[in-house]
Design a protein around this ligand. Structure first.
Ligand SMILES: Cc1cc2nc3c(=O)[nH]c(=O)nc-3n(C[C@H](O)[C@H](O)[C@H](O)COP(=O)(O)O)c2cc1C
Length: 330
């Protein structure tokens, strides 16, 4: 059983990874329904939050049905991070997560995200100050290191634990790797095997089949799996992993009706939450996966991703059902 502070997140929990423009309330709701044990918001800029930037503040929206939920923030300036902790606390999450892993230039160049992997003392002192500033459990998401020659994740994880971090999720790549190559889970297992470690160590990176999740549990001995890209447009991934972990068998893939229902609800929730324009626009990236593998699907997908009005997209869903309603997914 894994505990994040006082929160029991079960045996080998599956965590929905924080993903910018993906892990929003509508998507988190769908993943939760399909078995995600912990969900995280997309990352939120501490500098944006303290300036009350509308987009950052909106990302604080969380709902009862998705608990336990972690709000993830990033930044590198102590005062901004502490002020953000107060702002985040007011929205009532279960967990505050610090992003020490984002590799993109505009974040790293300010010393935030994975940029902090160049200054481990700052990473530790920021974490310590944030832990002391809140009663909520603080967790950290990070990468193996800045580059191949500077991987010190065993030592880093232990230091974070010692200053009160309650769980750590580690993406098995360095910043230098960005998203290239394969995630390396060996150093994550070394973190877990450190006899001094007692907080949960969650593995992340390339869990894209139920078998890989089982490997992370049984071969690498980690405490849970954080899942990102495999869930985009495919919230059923959580259910499929759980089923496989429990039975050793694959469950049937969702039917066309289930896929269309999920896509409809996703779009409707997105419109309700962020308005028609953004709702239509930002849900587009999910459709490819919702309807993956269907032959001659292109015209339907094109309609879904080029309609600027919700009705056009809903019509495309109806047409898909009429045309492919009894399609059997492999
Ligand atoms: C579209 C996208 C957005 C992401 N945004 C974030 C983010 O906001 N915060 C974060 O910690 N990681 C972010 N990540 C990284 C993921 O959380 C995860 O670490 C990475 O995708 C590896 O896991 P996966 O192989 O299961 O996708 C993002 C990844 C993707 C693909």
């Amino acid at each position: 059983m894994a505990m994040i502070g006082d929160i029991d997140v079960g045996d080998f929990p599956l965590l929905l990874a924080p993903m910018e423009d993906v892990s929003d309330p509508p998507f988190r709701a769908l993943c939760k329904e399909q078995g995600a044990d912990v969900v995280y918001t997309e990352f939120i800029s501490s500098e944006g939050l303290i300036r009350d930037a509308a987009k950052s503040v909106m990302k604080l929206d969380i709902y009862e049905k998705e608990r336990p939920v972690g709000i993830q923030i990033f930044g590198a300036v102590l005062e901004s991070m502490l002020k953000s902790v107060e702002i985040v606390e007011a929205s009532g999450p279960d967990i505050i997560d610090i992003n020490f892993g984002c590799p993109v230039k505009k974040v790293v160049s300010k010393g935030a995200g994975a940029g902090i992997l160049k200054d481990i003392d700052l990473m530790v002192s920021l974490t310590e100050a944030m832990v002391k500033h809140t009663k909520l459990p603080v967790t950290v998401k990070t990468r193996l290191g800045w580059d191949h020659d500077s991987i010190k994740i065993v030592e880093v994880a232990e230091r974070l634990q010692d200053v009160g971090c309650k769980a750590i999720s580690i993406h098995g790549r360095t910043r230098a790797q960005m998203y290239k190559g394969e995630a390396n889970w060996k150093p994550i297992a070394e973190v877990k095997n450190n006899p001094r470690m007692h907080i949960p160590v969650f593995g992340n990176g390339d869990v894209d089949t139920p078998e890989r999740a089982v490997e992370m549990r049984d071969v690498y001995g980690l405490d849970g799996a954080m899942i990102g890209r495999a869930s985009i447009g495919y919230p059923w991934f959580f259910k499929e992993v759980k089923h496989f972990m429990a039975t050793g068998k694959h469950c049937d893939p969702p039917s066309m009706q289930e896929r269309v229902d999920a896509a409809r609800r996703h779009l409707q929730m997105a419109i309700d939450w962020k308005g028609e324009r953004l709702g239509v626009f930002e849900t587009r990236r999910h459709y490819t996966n919702y309807f993956k593998g269907i032959p001659n699907f292109k015209p339907f997908r094109m309609k879904m991703v080029t309609s600027d009005e919700p009705q056009g997209v809903f019509d495309a869903f109806d047409e898909v059902l009429a045309e492919f309603g009894d399609y059997q997914f492999a």
